[in-house]
Each structure stands twice: as C-alpha cells, then as structure tokens.
Write a protein that binds this ligand. Structure first.
Ligand code: NAD
Length: 508
C-alpha cells in the first residue's frame, strides 16, 4: 500500500474514500523533531460533518446485519494489515508525533490488544437466556449495536487511542466516526486505508478532521448515539456535559497527575530506573506518565534525589531518526512554552531545581520542540506545578513523612488516573491499594496501564461518565440491551385478558 498522505494536503475519509476539505479552514501539521510543517489538515465545517454522519447512517443497517463472525473476520484482516505494515506505520507516528521508534512500536502493539479483544466480538456480545420464566415463556437479553458513534482522540497516541476507542465499536456493528487530533491526523488516515483494504464496507469507518466546530456537530447531532472522548480534563468535562445534555452516552477520559510513592524499604536504584522511563518516556506526554515521586522520609528523599540526578544526566534527547535517544521533542512550540512556563512558575514559588532541562543541546541547527529532562525538588501541594498536569519532561519531588501522608496527598488531588508504590512491604502495598482513590494502581510497576483486555480509566476528574477505554467495557458501552420475553401459543393455551400486573404468582 502507499502512504499517499505523507506531506501534503490532507483529506477526510468519508464513505470509503479520501475527500478534500471544503471549509477553507486548515491547520498545520508539524514534524516536532525538525519543527517543520509537513502537512496541512482541513478543519471540517458542520456541513462536512453532517455529510459524514449521513453516509455512516446509510451504511449502518447493512453492517449491523452482518453476522458477528463475519465482522470479526474483517477486524482480523485489519489486524493482519497493521502487523504487515507496522514499520511504515511506526514511521508515520514518529514523523507526526516525535516519539521514538521503540515507543511508537509499543503503542501499536498495545493498541492491537484492543483489536484482539474486538476479534472476539461474538463471545463479547453473547446474551443471556432463561427458559420458562412464566407459563411457556422464555426470556432473553441481547446486545445490539447503537448506530453511528463517534470517537475524539488526543495527539499523544495517534494509533493506540483510536484503536482502543474504535475497534470494538466497529466489531459490534456500529458505524464509527473518528475525529483525530488535528496535530496528528496522518496515522488515522493511514489506518483508514487499512480498514478499506481489510474489506470494511464504505461508511463504517470515517475520519473527519477538524477542531471544535467538527466536535460541536458530533455533540449536537441527533444521529450520533455515543461519544468516546480521550484528551485533557477541561475538554473531557465539556464533552461529557454537552454530550449528555444531548442525550448521548459519553465516556470522557481526561488528564492525569500520577505519582510514584517511594517507601524507605524500596530498592532505590531499581526504583530510580523505573522512574526514569515512566516519568520521561515519550517526553512525558502520556496520560499515565509518572508526574513525580513522593519519597517517604527525609533519608529516602535525599538518597532518591541524588540517584535520580546522576541517572538523569545520562538521558539523551533528540530526533527519532537517532535510535540512541531516550525521548524526543514535545508536540508543538506552544506545548514547549507551556512546560517552560510551568518550570519557571515552580521555581518562582520555591521549588528547588535539581536538573535543568530548559536548554537542551541537540544540534546547532535543530528547530525541533525539544526540552531536556527537568527535576524539581521540594515541591509542595500549594504550587501550581503540583496541581496541574504538565505535559512535558518536567517532573517533581514531593517530600512526605509517612505513607498515610502520601495517600492523603494523592487522594486530595483532583486527578486520579494512575499511581504506583515501590516497596518491599506487602502490608504497605495492601494499605495503599485499599485506600488510594486512583483508577489504575501499580505495585512495583512503573506505568500501571492495564493490558488491553482490562478496562482502562481513572477516577475523580480523570474520567467523566461510566465508560472506559480498552477492555470488556467497550462491548457494553457500544451496544444497547434488549430483553425479550417470548411465548408461542398452543391451541389449548389460555388467552383470557388479565388486568393484574404480570407476576410470578400467576405462573403465566
Ligand atoms: P485536548 O483535550 O487538547 O484534545 C483532545 C481532542 O479534543 C482533540 O481531538 C482536539 O481536537 C479536541 N478538542 C480540543 N479542544 C476542544 C474544544 N474546546 N472543544 C471540542 N474539542 C476540542 O488533548 P491533547 O492535548 O490532544 O492530549 C493530551 C491530553 O490528553 C492530556 O491531558 C492527557 O493526559 C490526555 N490523555 C488522556 C488519556 C486517558 O486515557 N485518560 C489518554 C491520552 C491522553
């Protein structure tokens, strides 16, 4: 297959074809490693979104009628095509997101776990059946697809998040409209070609590129039955509130502030190694990135910070084309500016800078959006850098005196996506997992992102609505249940009218 969208005027993917944008509005797509514009993505008007929705609506009834086994075959072929084209897809991800090749491969592999689950659609959507619930009556509940559903994705996982949001939605028989991040639209268009090649009927997978205007139409349009959103907390909250006010099913996953609690009995050398990758990998642009460490006790904190300082000095930042780098740039210049502002504000508020990554040395000519790893110590809960999610490689140390203090601190934070504890004490780990108010909890695991067949989602303001990403919940979220009571009359069966409410008493 060809990557005909590689630099260039990008398009939408509607009704099985790439189509030009007609709104006259565009957004630049950057290669963050070089700072160059590599493409222009059209930003859809409401009319274009309506056209996409109408095409999806028209395609839905036929796809719904295809048996679950046959739908699974298409998803299986799509999976095969992703695997066959993985090197090219890695290149696409790296170019538009700046992440390293290993990291891009990791996101594809993890995304494929949700495709694997979707291939099991027949099993995932089996209903329940009860015989003889009344005289000659059998009852069963069955899952049906919703119709046209939408997914809105963030920039930081151009492949994994869309796969996790859409694979099961397609497999259970819906028509899906994906609105990828306008910062990384090329991966989504690439996947469109693979779905087509896999034999998915036209109109069942749509990519509509755009910004708030396109999202507003998805939120307000009566044909859209459900919305899966993944992005920052303020937008997640807005999507949830607006989407539900239009009577849609909405799962909106937001940001995270994910701490690593370091107990005095932990092996600090190993814990520091775990911290480095989980905290700075992907330039810290992961919703599950470790935002900071909370060492328990002064001695632990002093030793841990000293070890980190030494190890951070060896980290290498640069373009993905250099396979020795540990992480790449942040996504845009605005993003870089926001991280710099967060660091400066932290210092102004009294944090101690241990490692300063504000001016990394890449090359004389590089215009990429690079930041080196930064570590701030003595951060307190009243500081902005503690409160806010920082989506770039500035990490913090918050010192506490006890495990209880660490738990209380984390529970008081408005976000609750991921958390982890490093300890050799079973009792401490047990107390932690019992008392912590965070959705995804690790014990001696640096990034506690669940495997693809478990539900993924945070608590508190990290997730709005009763729905998850990945996992078996996808089969629930993207289907509706009908419960059917069925009786076939025989000639001598009683059919007299009964005016009392049907109950088990009557036996009929
Ligand atoms: P973002 O919220 O800026 O954008 C996400 C999506 O929403 C994009 O498609 C964007 O076009 C759209 N959008 C942005 N502003 C909008 C508005 N006002 N109205 C309607 N739509 C709007 O997020 P991002 O910067 O692309 O991604 C990073 C954020 O996503 C971080 O906060 C990260 O923690 C979070 N994230 C969360 C998870 C999770 O599973 N909880 C996973 C990945 C990323």
């Amino acid at each position: 297959m060809t990557v005909d969208q590689k630099v260039r005027e990008l398009q939408h993917f509607i009704n099985g074809s790439l189509v030009d944008g007609t709104s006259g509005r565009y957004s630049d797509v950057y290669n963050p490693s070089t700072g160059e514009v590599i493409a222009r993505v059209p930003l859809a008007s409401r009319e274009e979104v309506i056209t996409a929705i109408e095409n999806a609506k028209a395609a839905f009834p036929a796809w719904k009628k295809v048996s679950a086994g046959k739908r699974a075959e298409v998803v299986q072929r799509f999976r095969q095509l992703v695997s066959e084209n993985i090197e090219e897809l890695i290149e696409v991800i790296c170019e538009e997101s700046g992440k390293t090749k290993e990291d891009a491969k990791g996101e594809i592999t993890r995304g494929l776990e949700s495709v694997d689950l979707a291939i099991n659609v027949a099993h995932m959507t089996k209903g329940e059946y009860s015989v003889n619930v009344g005289g000659g009556i059998n009852a069963y509940s069955a899952k049906y697809p919703l119709g046209v559903v939408a997914a809105i994705s963030p920039f930081n996982f151009p492949v994994m998040v869309p796969l996790a949001q859409t694979s099961m939605a397609v497999a259970v028989g819906n028509a899906v409209i994906l609105k990828p991040s306008e910062k990384v639209p090329i991966s989504a268009l690439y996947m469109s070609n693979l779905w087509k090649e896999a034999g998915l009927p036209d109109g069942i997978w749509t990519v509509i590129n755009g910004d708030k205007e396109a999202v507003d139409e998805l939120l307000e349009n009566n044909t859209i039955e459900a919305i899966s959103f993944v992005g920052s907390t303020p937008v997640a909250e807005h999507i949830y509130q607006k989407g539900t006010s239009y009577n849609k099913r909405v799962a909106a996953l937001g940001g995270g502030k994910n701490f690593m609690v370091v107990m005095p009995d932990a092996d600090l050398e190993k814990t520091a190694n775990a911290f480095l990758g989980a905290a700075y990998g992907a330039a810290s642009q992961r919703c599950m990135a470790i935002s900071g460490a909370i060492p328990v006790g002064k001695e632990t904190a002093d030793k841990f910070v000293a070890i980190l300082k030494e190890k951070i000095a060896n980290l290498k930042v640069g373009p993905y084309t250099d396979e020795t780098v540990d992480f790449g740039p942040v996504i845009t210049q605005q993003s870089k500016d926001a991280v710099l502002a967060a660091i400066n504000k932290g210092i102004e508020e009294g944090a101690q800078i241990v490692v300063d990554g504000r001016n990394p040395k890449i090359s004389e000519t590089s215009k990429g959006f690079y930041l080196g790893p930064t570590l701030l110590d003595e951060v307190t809960p009243s500081m902005e850098i503690y409160e806010k999610e920082v989506f770039g490689p500035a990490r913090i140390i918050v010192r506490v005196e006890s495990l209880q203090e660490a738990i209380d601190l984390i529970n008081d934070h408005e976000l609750g996506n991921g958390v982890t504890i490093f300890t050799n004490s079973g009792a401490a780990a047990r107390k932690f997992q019992e008392e912590i108010e965070v959705g995804m909890v690790g014990v001696n695991v640096p990034i506690p992102i669940p495997v693809g067949y478990h539900n993924f989602g945070g608590l508190k303001r990290s997730k709005f609505g009763e729905g998850y990403m990945f996992g078996p919940d996808q089969a629930r979220f993207f289907t509706k249940v009908k419960t059917i009571s069925e009786r076939w009359l025989e000639e001598d069966d009683e059919t007299a009218s009964t005016f009392s409410f049907p109950s088990n008493e009557s036996g009929k």
